[in-house]
Write a protein that binds this ligand. Structure first.
Ligand SMILES: N[C@@H](CCC(=O)N[C@@H](CS)C(=O)NCC(=O)O)C(=O)O
Length: 237
């Protein structure tokens, strides 16, 4: 089991009035925004591996970003970003892999080559999955996105030694679940569409992943999410 059952007190959000932490002092820091699904991916991995003491969370206000973030830390000016060993690394999918392979803690990628291949296949499909669901939100998600949720259901049938995409919890879950979480909330609330109806594997998946502390601590506020997506995809607030 992962050593991640600590309920962490989250650090305050830094904005344009906040001083930087002592940058490049040897501390490993993960810069996130608490509502960003890309950050959530990496945050889940950090928690699951029990790295709360080794990787310090720094929360950034995206609408009122501190200038030092771009000027002194990460010219890309995006989160997530990891300050480690005098360098800054970005891109959530790269960071999932980096954290998993660089730091101690339970591995999120098994040795089994069949599972590794399938994990790679699912990560490769991610962009298509996201593009298709996000595009559908502006039109008719029940009609247009159901194929993507069927894809999740079919994928979950591939391995029967656990409820997650490759059986045990893995990098694949960290990469997908922040978005599955958001789609489930929004489609239920706005379209009364239950993505788990008729998809027993997906229902069991969500039930099981919601028992994992490392994930639970990273979940977004549903009310905030519904408002954001209504504005972003439906042109209303
Ligand atoms: N491809 C990047 C996307 C990261 C991203 O778009 N992050 C957003 C927040 S969700 C960001 O920092 N945007 C810059 C801004 O809002 O100023 C990844 O996977 O890490």
């Amino acid at each position: 089991m992962a050593a991640a059952s600590v309920q962490e007190v989250l650090p305050p959000i830094l904005d344009s009035t906040s001083d930087p932490p002592p940058l490049f002092d040897g501390t490993t820091r993960l810069y996130v925004n608490y509502e960003c699904p890309f950050c959530q991916r990496v945050w889940i991995v950090r928690n699951y591996k029990g790295l709360q003491d080794k990787i310090k969370l720094i929360a950034i206000h995206l609408q009122d970003k501190p200038l030092w973030f771009k000027q002194k830390l990460y010219p890309e000016n995006k989160v997530p970003a990891l300050e480690h060993n005098g360098k800054v690394i970005g891109e959530s999918l790269d960071l999932i892999k980096y954290l998993d392979s660089t730091f101690d803690g339970p591995s999120l990628l098994p040795d089994d080559p069949t599972k590794r291949d399938f994990a790679e296949e699912m990560i490769t499909y991610l962009d298509t999955f996201l593009k298709n669901v996000f595009t559908s939100l502006k039109r008719d998600p029940i009609e247009e996105a159901s194929g993507e949720f069927d894809y999740l259901e079919t994928s979950l049938k591939k391995f029967d030694d656990g409820p997650f995409f490759i059986g045990e919890l893995s990098q694949v879950d960290a990469a997908y679940v922040p978005f599955i979480e958001r789609f489930q909330i929004f489609l239920q609330e706005v379209f009364e569409y239950d993505i788990t109806a008729g998809r027993p594997k997906l229902a069991a998946y969500l039930e099981e992943i919601n028992k994992i502390d490392a994930y639970k601590q990273t979940k977004c506020d549903p009310k905030w999410l519904v408002q954001l997506y209504k504005t972003r995809y439906m042109g209303s607030g």
